[in-house]
Design a binder for this molecule. Structure first.
Ligand code: PEP
Ligand code: MN
Length: 338
């Protein structure tokens, strides 16, 4: 439930509403928007009578949020959430870009890739150190050594980094090296991990599960937000369908749907969505045209020799070309790529 206060409500009115909500068994969370204050009532007290709240002094309107996600819901705040990392913004009118290899393979591989990417203005580098591979015999990533390389290369090029955390036990380690924690598609409903990520004050990229509905995806975001971490970036990375030609099926409708349902930024991963390098460019352009808040793209200095996902990794020169194209498309839909 959301209690929207009048613009002239006093601090005392707001506190009285919060106390009243708490007396009814809700957790009250106050959010100060530009034009109004909203008191979020968190809890599932179905029998609460909305009118009891409407009558309180200073209350303008009470909205019963029928969705099961509350903090992630569009109605819960007046404006879009903007997540900012290293000067790159995701959300509202900003489109942020993240690029880098699927996996950190060696210092030289990453440094060469980062060098090329920095020439295309990339400020956030991706690179997996713990890889969730379908086969236990496939390259699993360099582990902590990979995170160290990622950090050191990124520092050399003034970049921030994102990498996938696979397990709660890795959290302290990730906090030492990583600026944005990535939750992979296979872990979207690892609720214990999500709860822990709710306690940190660092952005989280939450990938959509392989066959997750929008509601399930937003409920997972809610897990993180319920813990107090509002910096969630949703990432559509393709869903499982009957089509086998592409690795997954990119659900571009997720962009307008999520924007209607939530204030959280949504970015697109065209690399895992299509699995094929030549499909990454058109789908990136389409995502930008559909108004996404960012892209995360796999780029490798030598994709033909990549240890993981080479076929879907762009050559750096391809990324550069794509960057120049999407920079032109973004303003047409009122977005800015910084
Ligand atoms: C990745 O980004 O490297 C990755 C494994 O993605 P996903 O979780 O979307 O499969
Ligand atoms: Mn990959």
């Amino acid at each position: 439930m959301l209690v929207i206060m009048n613009s002239n409500a006093t601090e005392k009115d707001i506190q009285r509403v919060a106390l009243f909500l708490e007396s009814k068994g809700f957790e009250a969370r106050i959010s100060h928007g530009e034009a109004r204050v909203v008191v979020h009532a968190i809890g599932i007290i179905e029998e609460a009578d909305q009118r009891d709240f409407e009558l309180l002094t200073g209350v303008c309107e009470v909205i019963r949020v029928s969705t099961s996600y509350k903090l992630a819901a569009r109605v819960s705040q007046g404006k879009d959430t903007v997540v900012e990392v290293n000067g790159v913004k995701f959300g509202d009118k900003y489109t942020g870009l993240i690029a880098g290899p699927c996996a950190v393979e060696s210092y030289n591989q990453l440094d060469e890739t980062a060098q090329e990417l920095s020439e295309s203005n990339v400020k956030i580098l991706r690179g997996g150190a713990f890889k969730p591979r379908t086969s236990p015999y496939a390259f699993q990533g360099l582990g902590e050594e990979g995170l160290k390389i990622l950090r050191s290369v990124a520092d050399n090029h003034n970049m921030a980094v994102t990498s996938e955390i696979m397990d709660i036990s890795q959290l302290d380690m990730f906090m030492r090296y990583v600026d944005i924690l990535q939750v992979g598609a296979r872990n979207m409903q690892n609720f214990n991990l999500l709860k822990e990520l709710g306690k940190i004050h660092r952005p989280v990229i939450l990938k959509r599960g392989l066959s997750a509905t929008y509601e399930e995806w937003l409920m997972s975001a809610e897990y993180i937000m319920a813990g107090g971490n509002n910096q969630v970036i949703l990432c559509e990375r393709g869903i499982r369908t009957y089509e086998k030609f592409t690795r997954n099926t990119l659900d571009l409708s997720a962009i307008p749907v999520i924007k209607k349902l939530s204030h959280l930024p949504i970015i697109i991963d065209p690399s895992h969505a299509t699995g094929l390098r030549d499909k990454v460019e058109p789908m990136s352009r389409a995502s930008i045209a559909a108004g996404c808040d960012g892209l995360i793209i796999e780029v490798h200095n030598n994709p033909d020799c990549a240890m993981c996902d080479g076929a879907q990794s762009l050559y750096p020169w391809q990324y550069d070309l794509l960057y120049k194209q999407i920079k032109q498309i973004a303003p047409i839909v009122g977005k800015e790529i910084i």
